[in-house]
Design a protein around this ligand. Structure first.
Ligand code: IFM
Length: 473
């Protein structure tokens, strides 16, 4: 056992039995069957079918074909010993046009998934929205249209009625930051819009949707589940003298725009000030903050790397390393003077810096800000350019990444952070949004020609962790 290692490469650390260890995926990234059994089109179908928007020209039409390989994938989860599985539900499978008629085949699919998990002793953690908005709702304005939040409430009630006797944890939204800013301002995610005012409006309507969905779920579920939301809380590092001001601005846009209304019942004043030239926020109606501010049981935190910022001096060549694809628009409305500074490596295949210390710090910071709120790591993992050798994948970099981040998790817990579990991103290699299939995050390889699954070395290492609750060598 080596403990206290400064580079976070510990082993032998013990996680208690009630600390949940599992994995996560999302509907559009793995399911395929994009137009089968009554599923309607979503904004990601439209976006990925538009030439030039996905790096490798691919789309999620087939993806991992999980829809047709449900039993096999459930068996795989069992083989790995997973204690929990976080999946997302495709709204377009449940209500194909986003409002109105319910598609029984869609309900059946997720019902089988939940039953299959329970039969194998795996906790079902369901996310209602992982970015695949039904296209007809986008045609009516998408998240810029307040009505979308009410359609989301209806959808939450429908799915809550169907699965609300079995799902262990309900998560309303995954990373609303991405849905709003990457989708409506930067334009690198569906629906590919580049309008700063639209993005800020989308932020608010996603927040309203979260609150409405929690309330709706609570009226229909019968099994006393946990309620949550997942945020990609940004771990910010200020660089130099202007670092603190840059951190304040990005923290307001990326973090407090969501935690403020959801967890405190108020928007941060400085967010309104910073974006005053873009919008007057008059889309925030009376009573909205009460709608949004619903008690939750757990906050899902997704973490991959840190973000370093300062205020641009206006003279030197400007850096732009915010970790996302170069875009037509900005992902940071109103933060025009903030410069995203390149960080020290090593990096993953996404170009994201590997920083387990930033993870521990983030967990501590979130805990300090919301000490009463239990946390769960709902995503953490890394893309690397895997190769198949001897019929398997040797991926020591991914094992190293996971070891270091699990060490950070352990240290955060030891400092008193109420951290209930860890879900690796991802169970399977999958469709990595604008990067298509060019980035592999899975602990299980998917051959996109044959759709064959192969457990990587990291998958075996992870299975050992789940089995023993001890960080393996
Ligand atoms: O693949 C995504 C996931 O859908 C949301 N969180 C980040 C992952 C890696 O980019």
């Amino acid at each position: 056992m080596s403990v206290g290692n400064e580079d976070y490469r510990d082993s032998g650390l013990i996680f208690p039995k009630d600390f949940v260890i599992g994995s996560a995926t999302a509907s559009y990234q793995i399911e395929g069957a994009w137009d089968e059994d009554g599923r309607g089109p979503s904004i990601w179908d439209t976006f990925s079918h538009t030439p030039g928007l996905i790096t490798d020209g691919s789309n999620g039409d087939v993806a991992d074909d999980h829809y047709h390989r449900l039993e096999q994938d459930l068996d795989l989860m069992k083989e790995l010993g997973l204690e929990a599985y976080r999946f997302s539900i495709s709204w377009s499978r449940i209500i194909p046009t986003g409002s109105g008629d319910v598609n029984p085949a869609g309900i059946d699919f997720y019902s089988s998934l939940v039953d299959g998990l329970i039969a194998r002793g795996i906790l079902p953690i369901a996310t209602l929205y992982h970015w695949d908005l039904p296209q007809p709702l986008e045609d009516a304005g998408g998240w810029v249209n307040r009505e979308t939040a009410y359609r989301f409430e209806e959808y939450a009630r429908v799915i809550g009625e169907a699965l609300g006797d079995r799902v262990h944890t309900w998560t309303t939204l995954n990373e609303p930051w991405c849905a709003a800013y990457l989708g409506y301002a930067a334009g690198v995610h569906a629906p590919g819009r580049t309008n700063n005012a639209d993005a800020l409006t989308a932020v608010h309507h996603l927040n309203v949707a979260h609150g409405l969905a929690i309330s709706a779920l609570k009226t229909v579920v019968t099994n006393d589940p946990k309620f949550s939301v997942t945020l990609n809380v940004h771990a910010l590092r200020g660089v130099g003298e202007t670092g603190p001001e840059a951190v304040r601005q990005i923290d307001a846009l990326a973090n407090r725009a969501f935690t403020g209304p959801m967890l405190r019942g108020e928007y941060p004043r400085d967010l309104f000030d910073d974006t005053a030239a873009i919008t007057d926020w008059s889309f925030v109606k009376e009573g909205d903050l009460e709608i949004i501010h619903q008690p939750i049981d757990i906050l899902g935190v997704n973490y991959y790397s840190t973000t370093a910022v300062r205020i641009w001096d206006g003279v030197s060549a400007r850096q732009g390393a915010d970790g996302h694809k170069p875009a037509a628009g900005t992902a940071w409305p109103g933060a025009d003077r903030v410069e995203f500074v390149s960080q020290e490596g090593p990096y993953t295949d996404m170009g994201w810096n590997i920083a387990p210390g930033g993870f521990e710090q983030l967990l501590w910071d979130v805990h300090t800000e919301f000490p009463e709120l239990p946390l769960m790591i709902t995503e953490n993992g890394a893309a690397f350019p895997d190769a198949v050798t001897d019929g398997t994948v040797h991926d020591p970099e991914r094992i190293d990444y996971l070891r270091r981040h699990l060490t950070a998790v352990h240290r955060a817990r030891a400092r008193g952070v109420d951290l209930r579990g860890y879900l690796v991103w991802s169970l399977l290699d999958n469709f990595e949004w604008a990067y298509g299939f060019s980035k592999r995050f899975g602990i299980v390889r998917v051959d996109y020609e044959t759709l064959e699954r192969t457990v990587k070395d990291s998958g075996r290492w992870y299975a050992e962790l789940v089995r023993t609750h001890v960080l393996p060598e």
